[in-house]
Design a protein around this ligand. Structure first.
Ligand code: ADP
Length: 497
């Protein structure tokens, strides 16, 4: 019977052996797995068996070849025992072979003095130990290499079979790997693109600004995530959601980049359809609403003149609702303009402090529930579209009021930061959870509290506000702690002091 089969039979049957194997594996994680998979009785048993086998073979062939092949079979025995059993069984085979060889062959026929005989045997055993040591080390190295190789192949297989396109490049953007997903997405086979520049998938009209943004983010954070446009082998364009990160070596230095790309063209088409609908609907709503507002104003005047208080109160309610609707339509039209890149700006130089104070004063007049405090001064002149920046400030101030019911203090800070002028709007309200602070600038995004409650609104104000501020080459960001309040900051590059 094949001894390995016997062993596996025994191993599968014996639960205690299994436990033993597991415990050894835990203790010596890098130990050569084949050796420790064998129970000791088998490992040492094999060594002893092989020694006697070598002895028997020698008995048979010695009369034919003489004693020249004296220890060859024993050396082989030591090597096999070490390879399959580890260092211990190798040593066991060394000692046993030494004694067997000595008593059965060497001593009976040798005419050397006893001490020379013993010295020869001792020398054999030293040689055997060296073979056992080297053999077990080599086997261990071989096993570790196999293990690593298996891991490498395993991960390479994962990357190959991921449905998304996984592409890696070196630091010069030369493609190093290209998985099946990439083949399906772009149309090039891996052997067509490996060794070629990544530029092959990037359209020549690629926005240099975006490339700069990606490179800078990669440099700073080691990754970049976002939407880009790539091209296929047949020249068609695809919208891609990409996640790019550095591949780093053991010393942490970047060796290249890996891109995981997903085709989002279908989603983009849907979004475009939605945007077109919003643009059309809001445009169509605006005209009838504006004329309704006009007639409501006329009616309001008439009721006022006739001192008809009851009807006046009704028409005032209608007026309030129409104002809300007009505001909503204005937001939607702005969103469409942002999407189409058609937001218009009329820039003029303005003293920022005075401008902010005016806006705050106007809002204070219609907000009895809260008190606004203005702190410090920037003393900066900025170049802004006053209407658009007013729209942003009003949005931030209204949000500060809306999301801080019961906390009546709102602080507006005016600070300079080098050549930048920074306006802060701080409230002491509900705050925004950390993980949602980036998302609130997305279209239609609203934060719900832990009970799922969402405040009335559209989730559009901050989206438009960020776009407006970025068009002023400024920044809009938030710092907030849930339950303690939020501070929204706007920074503008100043024109002069
Ligand atoms: P809206 O207020 O109309 O929902 P915005 O775009 O102005 O839309 O705000 C988006 C979301 O950001 C809000 O729904 C709210 O959850 C959160 N938010 C904005 N400002 C504040 C604030 N000062 N405090 C807490 N949450 C805020």
């Amino acid at each position: 019977m094949d001894p390995r089969k016997l062993y596996y039979y025994l191993r599968d049957r014996s639960r205690s052996t299994q436990r033993y194997v597991e415990s050894v594996k835990k203790r010596i994680p890098h130990w050569n797995t084949r050796a420790i998979d064998h129970p000791p009785i088998f490992r040492y048993g094999l060594a002893i068996l092989l020694c006697f086998l070598a002895l028997a073979i020698k008995q048979i062939i010695n009369p034919i070849f003489g004693t020249t092949l004296a220890f060859t079979f024993f050396y082989a025995t030591i090597l096999i025992s070490t390879w399959y059993g580890g260092f211990g069984p190798g040593m066991c085979a060394t000692i046993l072979s030494g004694f067997l060889g000595y008593f059965v062959f060497f001593h009976p026929i040798s005419n050397l003095p006893l001490h020379s005989q013993l010295f020869t045997v001792l020398f054999f055993m030293i040689e055997g130990s060296i073979i056992a040591r080297l053999g077990s080390s080599m086997h261990k190295a071989f096993q570790q290499y196999e293990e690593k190789d298996r891991y490498v192949r395993y991960y390479a297989n994962i990357a190959q079979n991921i449905f998304d396109a996984v592409i890696s490049t070196d630091m010069d953007n030369i493609i190093q790997s290209w998985n099946k997903g990439a083949e399906a997405l772009y149309g090039w086979d891996s052997d067509e693109v490996i060794g070629v520049s990544l530029g092959i998938i990037i359209p020549t009209t690629y926005v240099a600004q975006q490339k700069k943004e990606i490179d800078e983010h990669l440099e700073k954070h080691g990754y970049w995530k976002g939407e880009v446009i790539h091209k296929r082998k047949n020249g068609s364009r695809i919208h891609i959601l990409t996640s790019i990160s550095h591949i780093t070596g053991d010393d942490g230095r970047p060796l290249g980049i890996v891109l995981v790309n997903r085709d989002i063209s279908d989603r983009k088409k849907l979004e475009q359809g939605k945007d077109d609908f919003i643009a059309l609907a809001s445009h169509e709503l605006k005209t009838p609403l504006t004329s309704t507002k006009l007639y409501v104003d006329i009616l309001k005047q008439r009721f006022e003149q006739a001192h008809d208080k009851k009807d006046l109160s009704y028409i005032q309610k209608i007026d309030t609702q129409i104002k809300k609707l007009l505001e909503l339509v204005k937001y939607l039209l702005d969103v469409s303009k942002v999407q189409a890149g058609k937001l218009q700006f009329t820039m003029e130089e303005t003293s920022l402090d005075r401008f902010v104070m005016e806006v705050v004063r106007d809002i204070q007049q219609i907000t009895p529930s809260h008190t606004f405090y203005i702190e410090d001064r920037t003393d900066k002149v900025v170049e802004i579209d006053k209407d658009r920046v007013r729209q942003v400030l009003v949005n931030l101030l209204n949000n500060a009021v809306k999301y801080s019911a019961g906390k009546d203090r709102i602080e507006i800070s005016l600070q300079k930061n080098g050549s930048q002028a920074v306006v802060g709007v701080k409230d002491f309200g509900i705050g925004i959870p950390k993980e949602k602070q980036d998302k609130i600038f997305d279209r239609f995004y609203q934060v719900s509290d832990s009970k799922g409650y969402t405040y009335a609104g559209m989730g559009l104000g901050l989206y438009i506000a960020r776009e407006i501020i970025e068009k002023h080459k400024g920044k809009l960001w938030v710092e907030s702690e849930e339950g303690k309040g939020s501070t929204f900051y706007i920074s503008f590059p100043s024109v002069r002091k």
